[in-house]
Design a binder for this molecule. Structure first.
Ligand code: GDP
Ligand code: ZN
Length: 462
């Protein structure tokens, strides 16, 4: 890492480009105030107290052209996100004015920030740990209130504290083992191994608890890939439209990223569903006969949850049977749609395709009856068996999960080593390994490379 340029003054637009009425251009670094002052007409920013907001105009000093009317926040180190001097220019301009301001700042001494560079500085300056840095990213991408809450908890350092406690436990036992090795006259091998085993169990259990939350965490972060399938005309588009209706649709554009596939996210009782292959749903309308089942199969392959729609006002068809079979191994919810019409689907035949405890949901999407039951069912499926109060720590991210698994593996190695009668100093290595892996989660023992790679995943301006 190039530690010299690490701390020059950086600038970026830190609000999503082209969205909202206000944009923020942010500076961080030693020269933030001086650089802003060069293009600001209003109070002398060098003179204003820290943590104040100052009204004025951004003016190109070369041409005297007024670019925008702005509010400038001056926040001096160390009580800032990066622990450096930070300036935030709130402008109400569209893209053009905002860009113009950024260009002016770059022309007057700032350097364009790399993606994630603000957060990286906060980490390098000791303001936050890696789990907190990752939660900043989660916050940016949070798709529901719950996802937001999880990210906020992590930003508070809850996960980091948990991990630090586990490391402390391990450190204690390692120190004790060291003493026992150094003073062999006191050494009672049995006592040492007993202590190691107990600790491996204790720490292992807590890691397991964290790992159990991982699936929920991942879903909150990424959305639960959900496919709506069914033969033509059963009501798939109607269901899709219902789900996308008003407040349920989640705006997902993340600044600085492009996606070639449009994914649609909806918030169902706090569970973000990522609807897969919604294009396929619309397509069945054009070519009713052919595409239905084939297309459904493709969507099925990607789905973690299947909403299988049947039309209960008609008898089961071969296509229905095929889809019932194809989804048997999936997490699915079967919807018997069009309950406003007379029932012609034979319950007994349907039952032969269901798991013993599987309960299809009667629904009329047209009349919006049964839709509450569907929504409740989705959140039960997802949150069932897990506490989700505000203090819950959920492991949300693949890097963290993988490190927890490796830490757990080291503990298994400790146990099997002891069982095989390995010398204590070898067992000690595995225990130390566990300590190391846990430290990587918070960044206390993370290699440089990893840090660079991790922060490059952030959006520009964060
Ligand atoms: P898709 O081909 O599976 O996407 O089905 P659509 O959503 O396009 O619906 C096919 C037809 O069924 C449309 O005319 C809908 O208005 C109608 N439909 C959808 N849901 C219901 C319902 O609950 N009751 C009734 N009576 N008609 C429905
Ligand atoms: Zn349709």
């Amino acid at each position: 890492a190039n530690t010299i340029t690490e701390y020059d003054t950086i600038a970026a637009i830190s609000t999503p480009v082209g969205e909202g009425a206000i944009s923020i251009v942010r500076l961080s670094g030693e020269d933030s105030v001086a650089i802003a002052n060069r293009v600001f007409r209003g109070k002398d920013l060098n003179e204003v107290p820290s943590h104040t907001i100052n009204y004025g105009h951004i003016v190109d000093p070369e041409t005297d052209e007024v670019i925008d009317e702005v509010m400038v926040s001056v926040m001096r180190a160390p009580k800032t996100f990066t622990r450096e001097d930070v300036i935030e220019i709130n402008c109400h301009g569209g893209l053009l004015a905002t860009n113009h301001i950024l260009q002016l700042l770059l022309a007057h001494g700032a350097r364009a920030a790399e993606p994630g560079e603000y957060t990286k500085r906060a980490f390098l300056n000791g303001r936050i740990d890696l789990t907190q840095a990752e939660s900043v990213m989660d916050l940016i991408r949070a798709k529901t209130d719950r996802a937001m809450q999880v990210a906020v908890n992590q930003l508070d350092g809850n996960l980091a504290h948990l991990i630090q406690n586990l490391r402390q436990e391990i450190l204690q036992v390692l120190a004790q083992v060291e003493v026992n090795i150094d003073y062999p006259e006191y050494d009672e091998d049995e006592l040492t191994t007993k202590m190691l085993l107990e600790k491996a169990d204790l720490v292992g259990q807590q890691i397991d608890t964290l790992l159990k939350t991982a699936r929920q965490g991942k879903v909150l972060r990424e959305g639960l890939a959900t496919a709506i399938i069914g033969r033509p005309n059963v009501g798939k588009s109607s269901l899709l439209n219902y789900l996308l209706h008003e407040d349920k649709a989640i705006v997902t554009d993340v600044a600085g990223t492009t996606r070639d596939v449009i994914e649609e996210y909806v918030n169902v009782n706090g569970v973000p569903l990522k609807l897969v292959d919604t294009a396929g749903i619309h397509k069945t309308e054009d070519k009713v006969e052919k595409i239905g089942v084939d297309r459904s199969r493709q969507a099925l392959a990607q789905a973690e949850l299947v909403l299988l729609v049947l039309n209960q006002s008609e008898p089961i068809t071969d296509e229905d049977r095929e889809l019932l079979k194809a989804t048997q191994a999936k997490k699915r919810i079967i919807l018997l749609n069009k309950t406003d019409l007379p029932a012609r689907l034979k319950a007994a035949e349907l039952a032969s395709y269901l798991a013993p405890d599987e309960r299809p949901i009667n629904i009329s999407i047209l009349k919006q009856s049964g839709t509450d039951t569907l929504e409740t069912k989705i959140s039960e499926l997802f949150f069932g068996g897990i506490e989700t109060n505000q203090a819950t720590v959920l492991v949300t991210n693949a890097r963290q999960i993988s490190l927890l698994q490796q830490a757990k593996q080291s503990l298994e190695d400790v146990k099997s080593g002891i069982a095989a009668g390995m010398p204590i100093d070898l067992v000690q290595i595995d225990m130390t390994n566990c300590w190391d892996k846990l430290g990587e989660i918070t960044g206390e023992s993370a290699p440089d490379e990893l840090i660079t790679q991790l922060f490059s995943q952030f959006c520009l301006g964060k």
